[in-house]
Design a protein around this ligand. Structure first.
Ligand code: HEM
Ligand SMILES: *[C@@H]1O[C@H](CO)[C@@H](O)[C@H](O)[C@H]1NC(C)=O
Ligand SMILES: *[C@@H]1O[C@H](CO)[C@@H](O)[C@H](O)[C@H]1NC(C)=O
Length: 639
């Protein structure tokens, strides 16, 4: 008996070893045939086993002789694409490399020309939707599909993304920013301690983005704690901060909980979440159940509106617009008998949810980092304020007119700060694609034609691309003394080196309009990245549908904050307010320098990409929001 079991185990062992080596050999043959440099690893960096245990192995491996692992090991680190900048590609000696493991292999690239071929040729290099299977918990949607079905989803969802709605969103984002500032600055607020230090801006920016996405996705007016909910009973149900009858949490809490606990919600079945004896599971379960109930009722309300003939839409409301387009059409068509090619109810809910998932944390992170980086770079902050003053004077944000201001705003230092923040810390750090599974595809790399094997998985490595000296003009770093300043956050870069080469246009493999904003936002005197070298929103037909909305939100928030306030790093860890008050300008400068250094180091070391790039593990950089003219440091430092 025992010997049979042992024999069976031995067989399984032999079989595993056999599979391991044949798999590896098979992949090596394929990689070699492509002619692209490839590096072989005993385990693939994206293998789930490695992903979940690398923190144990990495230190052990580094005890071995350096020549065995140096360079080679970089790609095995989580977040290597920005923690190690160019080092991996430099070590390989190529900007495109295939990383080969026994069970899978992946082409990684930071080459702008390769990236634009991949993003433009949608049929040849589709999205790897197998990696998005989990995102379909409510139904199919614009992110989870490919081919003809995606086209249909993209078409119906894209209709909400127009300039009229961008203007509405601008106004809403200004309102929400006012809410954010009140929330951060107002008295007796939880996010401040008694000295006025804001422990973490993250909570505020997350609520800010959630409230805006509540508007963008559902036409709702959500509020910050302390604000009054809207009067309209339909709006009030969603805006209130406590649970309405029949619910156990507010709409904002259920949506926020869904987004925050999305990984648990995606991995575990709902019933399991309900009974798992963990806080996170209960929260995840509660959020999901409440959210679904809100959505079902929201859907019924909207359908009723459509039936009662309230077809006119006021403002942005993606879900409402989907209901209108589907039910408006369906009811029209059912008379004539053709009613396909539209979304099901589940797909409406799914698309609305996916918009909130795509547009929430991404946008919040950019605002969070932009504000921190402006606090750590007082000169940049001054310059931003000069531009904001020139554009708006002291006019009230409620009077700011989108159409007349947006181009100037995006061409100003405000635009430069946004662009630079998304270059430096792109919220989405990898864009997964595959070579079309139906046939091999030609990719031109450094002028050479290479045949890419069908089905090969591809990762566009956004952070490395954004710091690639081959495409980005640079100077020696003043901050670190490194040969390039591409690892520094420098908004001036966007004014530095005009590249007249065309960054619009490009050849997609079809001529259809897939919606989303495709225009150019500014004058031509600014730095224009080479196409493919700047891809925070990806590019081509499958680029971010919400790009214009995200840009507009940020373009509202920054001037609305910095018109009246300055942001300074908190120095409480080194000096009390009384001590600071007594300091000479020189002492203050030294102290603030310490805070700047800590902030920069923190951003370098504590950011990681779990879904999006941000601080994790409850880490934060404390700041203070101060009325302009009342700065403790920034005004001195500029002199
Ligand atoms: C700074 C903020 C944002 C960034 C950096 C960002 C980035 C991206 C990126 C890189 C992709 C491509 C993903 C891939 O191919 O795997 C994408 C897709 C998408 N984004 Fe965004 N996004 C942002 C904000 C938004 C907002 C506000 C919305 C909606 C309101 C949105 C909706 C979408 C949708 C629907 C897609 C899928 C498009 C498709 O597959 O056809 N995003 N985004
Ligand atoms: C920011 O980037 C966008 C998109 O590439 C561009 O249109 C705009 O001119 C840039 N703004 C600045 C100030 O460079
Ligand atoms: C400008 O664009 C061209 C064409 O893509 C590129 O070869 C060149 O290096 C770019 N120059 C700068 C300064 O970025």
């Amino acid at each position: 008996m025992v010997s049979t079991v042992l024999g069976a185990l031995a067989l399984v062992g032999v079989w595993c070893v056999y599979k391991y080596f044949t798999g590896l050999r098979h992949n090596i043959v394929i990689a070699r045939r492509s002619g692209i440099p490839y590096i072989v690893y005993p385990i693939h960096p994206l293998n789930i086993l490695w992903q979940s245990t690398n923190m144990f192995w990495l230190p052990l491996i580094k005890k071995l002789p350096k020549s065995w692992w140096e360079g080679r090991i970089i790609v095995m680190h989580p977040d290597w694409s920005f923690k190690f900048n160019q080092a991996y590609f430099d070590w390989v000696g190529s900007q495109t490399v295939i990383v080969v493991g026994p069970d899978q292999m992946t082409l990684y690239t930071e080459d702008a020309e390769v990236i634009s071929q991949i993003t433009m040729r949608k049929e040849a290099f589709p999205k790897d939707i197998a990696r998005y299977g989990l995102l379909t918990m409510f139904g199919q949607n614009v992110v989870s599909t490919e081919g003809a079905i995606w086209r249909m989803h993209r078409k119906v969802t894209a209709s909400s993304f127009n300039e009229k709605n961008a203007a509405h969103t601008f106004a809403k984002a200004l309102e929400q920013t006012e809410g954010l500032v009140e929330y951060l600055f107002g008295d007796g607020d939880k996010s401040q301690d008694s000295t006025g230090t804001i422990k973490t801006l993250e909570h505020g920016t997350i609520v800010w983005a959630l409230n805006i996405i509540g508007y963008v996705g559902f036409g709702l007016r959500l509020i910050f704690p302390g604000q009054n909910p809207p009067e309209d009973p339909k709006q009030k149900k969603y805006a209130r901060l406590d649970a309405p009858p029949g619910y156990t949490m507010s709409f904002a809490a259920s949506l926020g909980g869904m987004l925050e606990r999305i990984i648990a919600i995606l991995i575990f079945p709902t019933t399991l979440l309900k009974y798992l004896p963990f806080e996170f599971a209960r929260e995840a379960w509660g959020s999901k159940v409440n959210y679904k109930k809100y959505m079902d009722e929201f859907l019924i309300d909207k359908i009723q509106e459509v039936r009662q003939g309230e077809r006119e839409q006021v403002g942005m409301d993606i879900m409402g617009e989907l209901v209108r387009s589907v039910y408006g059409e369906r009811e029209k068509n059912s008379a004539s008998g053709s009613a396909q090619n539209t979304l099901t109810d589940d797909e409406i809910i799914s698309n609305a949810f996916i918009m909130t998932l795509a547009g929430h944390e991404t946008t919040a992170n950019v605002l969070h980092f932009a504000v921190l980086l402006l606090a750590a770079n007082p000169k940049a902050q001054r310059r931003l304020q000069q531009d904001v003053d020139a554009l708006f004077g002291n006019t009230d944000p409620s009077t700011w007119n989108y159409e007349s201001i947006i181009n100037g705003l995006l061409a100003s230092y405000v635009g430069a700060c946004m662009n630079e923040t998304m270059r430096f810390l792109p919220p989405v750090t990898t864009i997964p694609k595959i070579v079309s599974p139906s046939s091999d595809q030609i990719l031109i790399v450094d002028g050479q034609r290479h045949s890419m094997p069908a089905g090969l998985s591809i990762n566009i490595v956004t952070p490395s691309t954004h710091r690639n000296p081959r495409y980005w003009p640079s100077q020696p770093s003043e901050r670190t003394g490194k040969p390039t300043d591409l690892e520094d956050w420098l908004p001036e870069r966007w004014y530095r080196n005009t590249n007249k080469s065309d960054s619009s246009g490009g050849n997609t493999d079809d001529e259809e309009d897939y919606g989303g904003f495709t225009g150019s936002d500014t004058s031509t005197s600014l730095y224009r990245p080479v196409r493919g070298s700047y891809v925070p929103f990806s590019d081509g037909p499958r680029s971010c549908l919400g790009r214009r909305i995200a840009v507009v939100e940020l373009a509202a928030a920054l001037p609305a904050i910095f018109q009246k306030y300055s942001v300074e790093l908190a120095v409480d860890d080194w000096a009390t307010d009384e001590e600071v008050a007594k300091m000479s300008p020189e002492e203050k400068r030294k102290l603030y320098g310490k805070a700047e250094e800590r902030c920069e180091k923190f951003i370098e070391e504590e950011t990681s990409a779990i879904i999006t790039l941000k601080f994790h593990n409850g880490q934060f950089v404390p700041i203070r929001l101060v009325k302009r003219g009342k700065e403790r440091f920034i005004s001195d430092l500029e002199l």
